[in-house]
Each structure stands twice: as structure tokens, then as C-alpha cells.
Design a protein around this ligand. Structure first.
Ligand code: TIU
Length: 234
């Protein structure tokens, strides 16, 4: 097991270089309500298969990241049971018959502590991996994520999860403004809408990497394994 060394990932708009001891894997909102058949996402008419294809690449990245002894953090979108952190604008948006806080197929919709709010079993956090509960789309708004990353001297993030154009994009933009470099592996992020998947990734890497870098899980893991081996057998 190691935490030293530098990895170089083939990426767009140019290679993403990261120090193993300064880089965390941040998995966004891989929650049952967004991904499982019968959950809130499907109830809203979305095709959860568009999101479920990211589970396997995320599982591989997570397993390799853990085996290398590198930091992992998870986020969940949701609200306090009394809904005191739920803006009225978010509650009423969409004019749906069911909304956040109402009874749903897997407990109260997007409420902390309910089964649907929790992370899918395939990517379930280990006890030592921080889980950041966030009330918004970005993982930095109204959370202690920035403080946790600073305490651990993290400078770069591998951002995965759902959905590409909503919580992943918002988080990458928030991270970018706080001085973090972000790499997004395209096959590890998903959208209910193929056109938003494409444009969501394009927006990150445009203009010389205006918000960050885009690659894929295979290239990321290849770079990680190469860096770990170089450290073990210099
Ligand atoms: N996690 C996340 O992206 N929350 C959303 O509400 N996404 C949608 O695409 N609606």
C-alpha cells in the first residue's frame, strides 16, 4: 500500500497530473432514489438505466482507489427530516404531485435517514470514508467538504457520480472556484439525458479546461496502477 508518487492520466484538453497523496475520489449522489428502479428518479419519468451504466466503472475505480489506500469521499443530496434546510423554491419546483419530503417508493423523498436517500449497496461507503450530506446540487454549498479536504491537504479531485449536468457539474464548478483541479472520468458520470451527458462533459473541458479535465476510468486506473508500481519498484 502506498500514498506517494505522481500519476499522469491521458485526458482532455491535456494530460491530468496528480500526486497520489493530494488527490481524493469524490463520488456524487449515487443514491438509491436516483438509481434504483421504483425510486424517486423513475417516479418522475426518468430512465434509470441511463444512470445504472455508471455503477460498474465506479465500482472498479472505487476498488482500485481503496486498494491503493487513497482517500474516498461520498455525497448524498437530501434534507433534514423537518425540512428546515429545504428552500421553498426547491420544494415547489416542477409542480409535481409528489415532492421532496413526501412519502415515496423508498421512504420520504430525499430525506436523510430514509432508505431511498442512502447510497446504493454496490458503492456503499466504508466507515472511514466521509459522507457529506448536502442540501443543494453543489457539494460545497452548506457543507463541511472544503474544510475536510483542507485538513487532508487535498488539492485535486476525481469527481464521479450522478447526474453529469446537475450535481457533478455544479460540484466541479464550485471546486474549481475554490482552487481544486478536477478530473471527470466520462464513463463514471451519468445523466438521464444523453444530450446533457455530452454537453455536460464538453462544458468542463472547453476553453483549455475551463472547469477541469475529462478522461475515462480505464485511463485513470492505468495511470494509477503505473504510479503505484513505479513507487513500489523504482
Ligand atoms: N444529484 C443530482 O444530480 N440531483 C438531481 O436532482 N439531478 C437531476 O438530474 N435532476
Amino acid at each position: 500500500m502506498t500514498t506517494n508518487g505522481t500519476a499522469i492520466v491521458e485526458a482532455e484538453p491535456y494530460p491530468f497530473e496528480f500526486e497520489l497523496d493530494r488527490t481524493a475520489l469524490l463520488i456524487i449522489d449515487m443514491q438509491r432514489d436516483f438509481l434504483e428502479p421504483g425510486g424517486f428518479g423513475e417516479m418522475l419519468g426518468n430512465d434509470v438505466l441511463q444512470l445504472r451504466r455508471v455503477i460498474e466503472p465506479n465500482r472498479r475505480v472505487l476498488a482500485t482507489w481503496r486498494a491503493a489506500g487513497l482517500p474516498v469521499l461520498h455525497t448524498r443530496e437530501g434534507h433534514r427530516p423537518d425540512l428546515s434546510d429545504l428552500p421553498r423554491s426547491k420544494k415547489v419546483r416542477g409542480r409535481g404531485t409528489s415532492t421532496i419530503g413526501d412519502p415515496g417508493p423508498m421512504g420520504r423523498i430525499l430525506v436523510r435517514g430514509e432508505p431511498g436517500h442512502d447510497i446504493i449497496p454496490e458503492l456503499y461507503p466504508m466507515p472511514e470514508e466521509p459522507v457529506v450530506d448536502k442540501p443543494g446540487k453543489g457539494a460545497f454549498f452548506a457543507t463541511d467538504l472544503h474544510a475536510i479536504l483542507q485538513h487532508r491537504r487535498i488539492e485535486k479531485l476525481i469527481v464521479t457520480g450522478v447526474t453529469t449536468e446537475v450535481c457533478v457539474n455544479t460540484t466541479v464548478r464550485e471546486a474549481n472556484d475554490r482552487g481544486y483541479d478536477c478530473l471527470v472520468p466520462a464513463d463514471c458520470v451519468g445523466s438521464y439525458f444523453p444530450e446533457f451527458q455530452e454537453s455536460g462533459l464538453k462544458m468542463i473541458k472547453a476553453q483549455g479546461g475551463i472547469f477541469g479535465w475529462v478522461s475515462d476510468s480505464e485511463k485513470l486506473l492505468q495511470a494509477l496502477v503505473t504510479a503505484v508500481e513505479a513507487h513500489l519498484h523504482p
